[in-house]
Design a binder for this molecule. Structure first.
Ligand code: KIV
Ligand code: ZN
Length: 523
């Protein structure tokens, strides 16, 4: 009989901390709805005290989403815990997730305290959280570099204080699977009240071992795993949800454990995260990469024709991978569009329908056949429409050719004002981005990365441009797709600019609101 492992998804909190991955409010709500369809047990929706935007998103997600528990993160400080409760209390299953660093470097260097003082802060934090909320999780940040006997004492004390889940994070991705197995086993053997809590793990991928470490923890008895879609997250990212879920499901013989994830929603969720964050999934990524189920070698294809099991340990349909069908075209109506979008996980509000439909018609008129991948792009484009304080691309035009100096012209609009600017460069994309940089008044912005790939197939395939820009220490990613790659590149560049501007605005508001709020990126 398999144990059921809880899946705690932190794409909206730790995943969103990946440099350049930030999602706006609408995107976060869309993703939370999809995570509920995926049937995760817990959604960590954000870090409410870190900014007014995070607070509002966590609150809105807690108010709307039914099914999974909705958690908010808080340091083990009264003002964080109270703010977190303010945001999550609106949900039917709220959780406060509070944490403090327990390794020597955190205790002594970061806090300048003794182990006993930090243990007291952990207990006080959990006690306060339990006085507000029935479901409290505690994390011993940097647990895998924490002195084992001290970790044991902390775990025992926070369980005593009421923590229903105790998380053992490998914050810096330092652990090995053997160490993880031994640490979790040690806690099970040495914490007398461990049966009163669920032991969780949260692994980062700095050494590429996060999934293996999570599975080792499950073997040692962990009952919850924290992870993100596509493994996005700080630095090298977090353990990937889809890999953990499919490893448990494919090798139940090894783990004697499974999850309640609706695996057929994995591909939709992965594509949505890639679309909303602009983080392209590498083709060879396990489970969700474009090549994950592709059999290229003739000998493999031959074997597959005789019996799929020769080279296939999972079926593509198990994770929701089906041939992309072009059920939609220029004659499709709103009803058909809405129903296909719902299948992809997008719930379109009545007031958004007109805008989404207009974008769909524009694509369908030019392309004739509209694939699911095109619909993801349409949703991403529609989600920025109407946002204040961002630049909109009205027109782009280029002149280029042999012996001609490439020249680009853009017309941008912001809050009703229109700006026209000409730019020059080594090629048409360079010329257009030069024009945009000058139009938005950011002449020092650098292009850190640029790629174009074709979405779907054939001559009428959309070209998707992904651009990473850098301005001082800040980076942002923008993505867009169009039949015209110059247009896609200009829009992708502008999306990255807008993301930098919105981040700057958030920071300004946060500084005005609370000068003591923590920086998410210190975690
Ligand atoms: O990596 C980490 O330790 C975290 C904690 C806040 C759980 O993200
Ligand atoms: Zn983390």
């Amino acid at each position: 009989m398999s144990r059921i492992i809880r899946i705690f998804d932190t794409t909206l909190r730790d995943g969103e901390q990946a440099p350049g991955a930030s999602m706006d409010h609408g995107a976060k709500i869309q993703l939370a709805r999809q995570l509920a369809r995926l049937n995760v047990d817990i959604i960590e929706a954000g870090f409410p005290i870190s900014s007014p935007e995070d607070f509002e998103s966590v609150k809105a997600i807690a108010q709307e989403i039914e099914g999974p528990s909705i958690a908010g993160l808080s340091r083990a400080l009264p003002k964080d815990i109270e703010r977190c409760w303010e945001a999550v209390q609106h949900g039917s299953k709220p959780r406060i997730h509070t944490f403090i660093g327990t390794s020597k470097v955190h205790v002594e260097k970061r806090f300048g305290k003794t182990e006993a003082e930090v243990l007291k802060m952990a207990v006080d934090g959990v006690t306060l959280a339990c006085s507000l909320c029935d479901d409290v999780e505690f994390s011993a940040e940097d647990a895998l570099r924490t002195r084992l006997e001290y970790l044991r004492d902390v775990v025992e004390a926070v369980i005593e204080a009421g923590a229903k889940t105790v998380n053992i994070p490998d914050t810096v991705g330092y652990a090995t699977p053997w160490q993880m197995y031994e640490t979790i086993s040690y806690l099970f053997e040495n914490v007398p009240n461990i049966d009163q809590t669920v032991i969780s793990v949260h692994n980062h991928d700095d050494l590429g071992m996060s999934v293996a470490n999570s599975l080792a923890a499950v073997r040692a008895g962990a009952g919850q795993v924290e992870c993100t879609i596509n493994g996005i997250g700080e630095r090298a990212g977090n353990a990937s949800l889809e890999e953990i879920v499919m490893a448990l499901r494919t090798r139940t013989d090894e783990f004697e454990a499974d999850t309640e994830i609706n695996a057929e929603e994995i591909i939709n969720t992965s594509r949505m995260v890639s679309t909303l964050t602009g983080f392209v999934v590498q083709p060879n990524k396990a489970i969700v990469g474009a090549n994950a189920f592709a059999h290229e070698a003739g000998i493999h294809q031959h074997g597959m024709i005789q019996d799929r099991q020769t080279y296939e340990i999972m079926r593509p349909e198990d994770v929701g991978l089906t041939e992309s069908v072009f059920t939609l075209g220029p004659r499709s109506g709103k009803h058909g569009l809405r129903s296909r979008m719902e299948k992809l996980g997008y719930a379109i509000a009545p007031e958004e329908m007109e805008e989404v439909y207009e974008r769909f018609v524009a694509v369908a008129d030019r392309k004739k056949r509209v694939y699911d991948e095109d619909l993801h792009v349409i949703m991403r484009q529609a989600s920025t429409e109407g946002m204040p304080e961002v630049w909109h691309l009205e027109r782009v035009q280029v002149t280029t050719g042999t012996s001609l100096e490439p020249m680009g012209l853009v017309v941008l609009r912001r809050n009703g004002d229109s700006v026209t600017q000409v730019g020059h460069g080594n090629g048409p994309v360079d010329a257009v981005t030069d024009a945009i940089r000058n139009a938005v008044g950011m002449p020092d912005m650098e292009m850190a990365d640029y790629s174009v790939r074709s979405i779907t197939r054939g001559q009428d395939a959309l070209g998707e441009a992904t651009i990473r820009v850098r301005m001082g220490d800040e980076e942002a990613v923008g993505q867009d797709a169009s039949l015209d790659v110059i247009e896609a590149s200009a829009q992708a560049y502008l999306n990255a600019v807008n993301s930098l501007l919105l981040r700057e605005k958030t920071r300004r508001e946060r500084d005005e609101e609370a000068d003591e709020a923590p920086d998410k990126h210190v975690l």
